[in-house]
Design a protein around this ligand. Structure first.
Ligand code: ZN
Length: 443
């Protein structure tokens, strides 16, 4: 069947369109949902219109993946068979057009969209909310968008990405920039506003994702040898965003905090608008890094949370002891939780169900995500709700404004037909993972 589809992500002010390339395999692509647990990966470039290398790389990557798959390349086929890849080569086609016609594109010409807005400062600033949380150790899920956000102008490009991200539960994402040579990961903001490390609860996973890209890149990890004249530096080419410089309203932190998608920001090189003659070398520099990054979605654990009738349950929190950031199950009860090798206590819980806790051991060198499913029993006790929980829910409800951008707070899947009786379910491998049910519940 057809491998890649070109879809519209959004029409923008000028009438130009931002489009996305979706690379999925096989006719049964829609029907493996809920059983194969194929993770979704996203790559977005050219958010700043004058930073063009990512745009070229992503178009080349899409062509390359399709060509290699047709040729029967085993690595590419293995990747595409178990991963859903979504690529947006240019989120800011207006800025790009402006930059191509300008002489000052290495500076700021074309950075903004047509309304002169910086798209990577236009997302809701949820980092500021999380950094100021009163009880940071208490578990929290998707951070809602504050109502105030909508009273300022929201760019159509930003809105399109938010709507798109609400409809697909992306597990990892990279957004590609230019003008520097390093990789940032959340948070992009520190509590003090100083340039210092500002780790999220998933620091280890982020460091691993960023290093995966940097180590496979031909230059980034060669610390110091290739730093840009006006650039910042970070050890090994990777660092939390705030370590490099503080910013509000970036896409990376928003994706993590609102959607639970692990996003990194790749600064591809010193030149924002390199010459065409440099593109081939740049593709060579980044090819393995892009591949490795896509493959790195296959780590940690994933699974389905079902009720006693075997139906997937939506909105169940998957909590890892010692990490306050929960992931939440999709409409069909699926979840993905990136974790580094180690032993973890993982709990599935939601209103109306008795929580279930499992101890999970993830060995070193695992190249797949281990499957850990949960079956929840209804809670027979009358529902009692603590004052704390009640306050939290009221706060969430008050701030729940997700519908304004067309999605809702949870990741839901739209457009997947529910009748998949003809779909061929994928074989579930026997995972090298040890799971045991334990009884103590997480506080
Ligand atoms: Zn940029």
């Amino acid at each position: 069947g057809q491998t890649a589809t070109r879809l519209l992500i959004g029409r923008i002010r000028s009438g130009r369109v931002a489009f996305l390339i979706r690379i999925l395999l096989g006719k049964a692509e829609f029907c493996t949902r809920g059983s194969a647990l194929e993770p979704e990966v996203r790559l977005v470039a050219n958010i700043h219109g004058n930073e063009v290398l990512g745009r070229e790389l992503l178009v080349t990557l899409a062509q390359h993946l399709c060509a290699m798959h047709r040729r029967g390349d085993s690595r590419v086929s293995s990747l595409l068979e178990r991963t859903r890849v979504h690529i947006v080569p240019s989120l800011n086609p207006d800025g790009y057009q402006f930059a191509t016609e300008s002489m000052e594109r290495e500076l700021f010409s074309g950075r903004m969209n047509m309304q002169n807005m910086d798209l990577n400062r236009n997302f809701p600033d949820l980092t500021n909310i999380v950094l100021r949380m009163k009880a940071p150790k208490r578990h929290w899920g998707p951070v809602p968008i504050p109502d105030e956000y909508w009273s300022d102008e929201v760019a159509p490009e930003t809105r399109a990405v938010m709507r798109w991200s609400s409809s697909i539960p992306f597990v990892i994402s990279a957004n590609l920039h230019g003008g520097d040579l390093l990789i940032r990961y959340p948070y992009d903001l520190s509590l003090t506003g100083e340039e210092e490390s500002s780790p999220s609860p998933d620091e280890e996973v982020f460091l691993h994702l960023a290093s995966t890209y940097a180590d496979a890149h031909k230059i980034i990890a060669n610390n110091g040898t290739e730093s840009c004249p006006l650039g910042m530096s970070a050890a090994g080419g990777v660092g939390s965003g705030a370590q490099v410089y503080n910013l509000h309203g970036g896409m990376q932190d928003f994706s993590y905090l609102h959607h639970g998608c692990f996003e990194i920001t790749v600064e591809l090189g010193c030149k924002k608008f390199p010459n065409a003659s440099e593109l081939e070398q740049e593709w060579e520099n980044n090819r393995e890094a892009l591949f490795s990054f896509l493959e790195s979605v296959h780590q940690g654990i994933k699974g389905v949370v079902r009720n006693e009738n075997g139906r997937g349950i939506r909105g169940i929190h998957i909590a890892v002891k010692g990490n306050p950031r929960d992931v939440v199950t999709t409409r069909s009860g699926e979840y993905w939780r990136l974790l580094q090798p180690g032993t973890y206590l993982v709990q599935a819980s939601g209103p109306g169900y008795l929580p279930s806790l499992k101890r999970v051991y993830i060995p070193e060198g695992m190249r797949h995500a281990g499957q850990v499913n949960f079956k929840l029993q209804p809670d027979p006790r009358p529902r009692r709700i603590t004052l704390q929980r009640w306050k939290q829910r009221r706060w969430m409800a008050k701030h729940a404004s997700g519908r304004r951008h067309g999605g809702d707070q949870l990741n839901t899947r739209h457009g997947y037909p529910s009748d998949c009786s003809g779909g061929k379910e994928k074989e579930i491998r026997s995972w090298l993972i040890k799971v045991e049910v334990v009884v103590r519940l997480l506080k």
